[in-house]
Ligand binder design. Structure first.
Ligand SMILES: *Cc1c(COP(=O)(O)O)cnc(C)c1O
Ligand code: SF4
Length: 328
C-alpha cells in the first residue's frame, strides 16, 4: 500500500522491522548483508516513507547505510563505549538535563521512529523511558525556579512521537513561565516521517506565545524529497525557524560533494545548517567514524565553496563540557 494514504501513526506501526522484507522491497540479496547478531539488541526499524527514497539494488545507498544492521557492528574498538557522552544514567533518573547556560533539555521519550545504526541509544534500554506526569511536573518546577533558563529544548528519543494532546499540554505549561523566551524541538520526524507534520500539530505550535525553533536531523540530500518539502513549508508558514543537525558518517556523507549538496538542498527547503557532529563513540559504531583531521579538511573545502551561512559548525560532544566543543 502507498504509505501516503496512511496516518503518521499507521506509518509508524507499519515501519520495516524485518531485514527480509526490506531486502525484498529494495531488490537486495539478504544473504549478502544479513547480520542477525547486529540487530539482536537494536532492531532494524525504518518507516516506508524513508525507504522509498533509497535506490533499489544499491547496497551502498547513503540512506540504507544509516539503518541497515551489519556485521561490523559486532566488532569492538578501543575508545568506543556504551556511554560515550556520559549522560545516560542521568537521563533516566530525571527528565531534565541542565548542563549549558541558559538552556535546559527535556527528555520527553526514549523512542524514535527510526533506529539509526550510529546512535548512542543503541546500547541502552532507553526506548522504554517516558517522561511521567510526576517527572514532568518536577521538570516544570525546575524551570520555574531557574530564571536564568531562557530556552527549553524538547528532545528524546524523538519528542514528536508524543501525541498532539500531550504536546499541547506541555506547551501550555511552558507558556506560563515568563522568563522562558524560546521553545526548541529536536526531532528527526519531519525528515523520516513527514506525515507527522499535520495541520493539527501546527495548530498546537501556533498556540504558544513563545518563539519556536525546530531542529531537524538530516544527513544526506537524498533524504529531502517532496514529502519533506511539504512538511517544511507548513512549519515555516507558521513562523517557526528550521535548523538542521547532521552527523558526519563514513560512507554516508563524508565527501565535500555530499556535504555541499546537503547544505544547498537544506536551504532550498528553508532549513539552515546548524551543526555537523563528529560521531559519538558508541560501541558498535566505529565503522562510521571519520577522523578529526579528515573532517577539518572537508570543512575547509565547504568554506571555500559555500556562503558562510551554509557552512555548519563542526562539533563534538564531550562529557562534562560547558558547551559543545567546536572543532571548526
Ligand atoms: C546539545 C545540547 C544543548 C544545546 O546546545 P546548543 O549549542 O544550544 O545547540 C543543550 N543541552 C544539552 C545537554 C545538550 O547536549
Ligand atoms: S533519530 Fe536521533 S535519537 Fe533516534 S535513533 Fe536516530 S540518531 Fe538516534
Amino acid at each position: 500500500m502507498n504509505h501516503q494514504n496512511l496516518s503518521w501513526q499507521q506509518q509508524l506501526s507499519n515501519a520495516f522491522s524485518n531485514i527480509t522484507d526490506l531486502c525484498d522491497y529494495l531488490e537486495l540479496n539478504p544473504a549478502e548483508i544479513f547480520s542477525a547478531n547486529a540487530s539482536a539488541n537494536f532492531p532494524l526499524r525504518v518507516p516506508h516513507s524513508f525507504v522509498a527514497r533509497m535506490e533499489k539494488g544499491n547496497l551502498n545507498d547513503p540512506l540504507l547505510k544509516q539503518v541497515l544492521p551489519i556485521a561490523d557492528e559486532m566488532q569492538t574498538f578501543p575508545g568506543f563505549s556504551a556511554d560515550p557522552v556520559g549522560d545516560l544514567a542521568a537521563i533516566t533518573e530525571v527528565g531534565v538535563i541542565h548542563k549549558y547556560h541558559g538552556r535546559a533539555l527535556f527528555i520527553m521519550t526514549g523512542s524514535c521512529a527510526i533506529n539509526c545504526r550510529y546512535c548512542f541509544r543503541r546500547n541502552f534500554p532507553y526506548s522504554e523511558f517516558q517522561l511521567s506526569k510526576q517527572k514532568q511536573q518536577q521538570a516544570i518546577a525546575y524551570l520555574k525556579n531557574n530564571p536564568e533558563i531562557s530556552e527549553i529544548i524538547l528532545s528524546g528519543g524523538d519528542p514528536l512521537l508524543l501525541n498532539d494532546h500531550k504536546l499541547a499540554e506541555l506547551i501550555a505549561q511552558l507558556d506560563e513561565i515568563p522568563h522562558l523566551k524560546r521553545i526548541r524541538i529536536h526531532s528527526r520526524l519531519p525528515i523520516v516521517l513527514p506525515a507527522r507534520i499535520t495541520s493539527e500539530f501546527i495548530d498546537v505550535l501556533k498556540q504558544s506565545s513563545k518563539q519556536m525553533v525546530l531542529v531537524v536531523h538530516c544527513n544526506h540530500a537524498n533524504e529531502l524529497n517532496e514529502e519533506v518539502k511539504t512538511a517544511c513549508d507548513k512549519i515555516r508558514a507558521a513562523g517557526i525557524s528550521l535548523l538542521n543537525q547532521a552527523v558526519l558518517l563514513k560512507g554516508v556523507n563524508d565527501s565535500a560533494e555530499a556535504l555541499h549538496a546537503l547544505s544547498e538542498k537544506l536551504f532550498s527547503f528553508g532549513i539552515l545548517p546548524y551543526y555537523l557532529h563528529l560521531l559519538d563513540k558508541a560501541r558498535g559504531t566505529a565503522h562510521f567514524e571519520v577522523s578529526e583531521v579528515d573532517a577539518i579538511a572537508l570543512m575547509q573545502q565547504l568554506r571555500n565553496t559555500l556562503p558562510g551561512y551554509l557552512v555548519p559548525k563542526l562539533a563534538r560532544e564531550e562529557a562534562g563540557a560547558a558547551a559543545k566543543t567546536l572543532i571548526f
